[in-house]
Design a protein around this ligand. Structure first.
Ligand SMILES: Cc1cc2nc3c(=O)[nH]c(=O)nc-3n(C[C@H](O)[C@H](O)[C@H](O)COP(=O)(O)OP(=O)(O)OC[C@H]3O[C@@H](n4cnc5c(N)ncnc54)[C@H](O)[C@@H]3O)c2cc1C
Length: 404
């Protein structure tokens, strides 16, 4: 068969399955059932293998699926509510997981019945993640974990966590790491809320005290934790910055609404608004093109470009929103009561709708998932081929590297 006829037949198959999904969703069924059906039809992650909620076809067909679901009013809030699982955990489990792990974790992850969190950052290890200290010691039939993680988004809702630990302090930092899937209900896991500038505790700190993790929960090989973590991080950048939003949604839509509500006629303001709209639209179209060109497998360093621009343009947009509010921007309508996000599938931003909260939340965009400085380093080294930063501790055993 020619390439074109293969493509045509794949498109026909995807469309047939989409028709089945749309007619199923029109029955009296819950969202969980709809997402379950989507998984079973292979439309969850179309490029994954069949047993993992996919059809093993080109990732570009996911655009068609998502666009159709959007038009038909079928919610995709599972992707937002379980972003750490669906966006990052799933591709990593497909790449490194055993068939048993794929079978056990992927479906309830996609239906958002089991929420996931990512436990990488520690008080002393953020950008330099490989320096982390949380240790896992082999006790025969499992590993005993002790240590502290921090900034764990949705840790309070999570059933499972992606955890990277140090299993060998005698070798250089990147080589002594091992990756695990942790049941967050295990004895010795303590989740404490951490309040953010918005007043909300979207993330948490997690303490591990003699937590036992069975050996079958290791993801990848012993000592291979850095490679597995990189897969998570590469997917994280695409999950955060590489999404193809609906045209006019998110920050640009919010600004237009504000401009209309406030009946602002100033041509200078209108010019800036249009400039921001164009920049947001160019990021959106770039993401669409990247999705169409994406090959199967782990995304490359180009994910950092989307992440960087999405973060910076989002921050600039909400800053402008605050200017549009004028003195009203000094008020904080939500109040400072400590709240934590719940599993509300009806909103996109953990419930923030006012400009002030969206502005404050957007400050985190250039920190979460790797800071903008780190994205620039990656683009410089891995996309532009510029010389890398000096790495003085590369060949030193982790235990000999001074730390505070
Ligand atoms: C809203 C939010 C949600 C998060 N969710 C999670 C989560 O779910 N799980 C998780 O594990 N982590 C999470 N994080 C943590 C996040 O990944 C880290 O905050 C981030 O990687 C930066 O690490 P750090 O905070 O330790 O800052 P540091 O690494 O200490 O950096 C401090 C400053 O130094 C700069 N810097 C550091 N190294 C370099 C360098 N080599 N070159 C140039 N500049 C440099 C940084 O850009 C930054 O400005 C979240 C963070 C936020 C804000």
């Amino acid at each position: 068969m020619s390439d074109t006829s293969v493509q045509d037949s794949v498109e026909v198959l995807v469309k047939e399955k989409l028709d089945q999904l749309v007619s199923f969703a029109k029955n009296e069924v819950s969202l969980t059932e709809v997402w379950g059906k989507q998984f079973d039809l292979g439309l969850a992650w179309v490029h994954f293998p069949e047993e993992a909620g996919g059809l093993g076809v080109d990732p570009k067909y996911q655009l068609l699926i998502n666009e159709t679901l959007r038009k038909e009013g079928i919610s995709y809030q599972n992707r937002v509510a379980n972003i750490l699982g669906i966006g990052m955990g799933a591709p990593t489990i497909v790449e490194y997981g055993t068939p048993e792990q794929i079978k056990k974790y992927l479906r309830p992850m996609f239906t958002a019945e089991e929420i996931w969190c990512q436990m990488f950052s520690e008080p002393g290890s953020g950008s330099d993640l490989a320096s982390l200290s949380t240790k896992a010691v082999d006790d025969g039939d499992g590993y005993i974990v002790n240590g502290q993680k921090v900034w764990t988004t949705l840790g309070h809702l999570a059933k499972y966590g992606l955890l990277v630990t140090r299993t060998d302090p005698e070798v250089p930092k990147h080589r002594g790491l091992t990756f695990f899937i942790v049941d967050m209900e295990s004895e010795g896991v303590e989740v404490r809320p951490l309040r953010q500038i918005t007043g909300e505790a979207e993330f948490n700190e997690i303490y591990f005290t003699d937590v036992k993790i069975p050996k079958e929960n290791m993801l990848g090989e012993l000592g291979d934790g850095w490679r597995v973590s990189l897969t998570v991080l590469m997917n994280e950048r695409v999950a955060i910055g590489g999404n193809v939003r609906e045209r006019g949604s998110g920050a640009p839509g919010h600004l237009i609404q504000l401009w209309k509500e406030r009946q602002l006629e100033d041509p200078v303001i209108k010019d800036r608004l249009i400039q921001l709209w164009i920049e947001q639209e160019s990021v959106r179209l770039t993401n669409m093109r990247a999705t169409e060109l994406r090959e199967k497998g782990t995304p490359g360093p180009e994910g950092s470009t989307s992440k960087l621009y999405e973060a910076e343009i989002n921050k600039a947009s909400y800053e402008f929103g605050m200017e549009l509010l004028g003195n009203d921007g000094l008020l904080f309508p939500r109040g400072y009561e400590l709240t934590q996000p719940d599993l509300n599938f009806d909103n996109e931003t953990f419930g923030f709708t006012d400009t002030q909260s969206l502005f404050l939340r957007s400050r985190a965009n250039s920190i979460e998932g790797g800071t903008s400085e780190i994205m620039r380093n990656i683009i410089a080294e891995r996309v532009l081929g510029l010389p890398s930063e000096p790495k003085l501790d590369k060949d030193k055993a982790w235990k000999d590297i001074p730390r505070s």
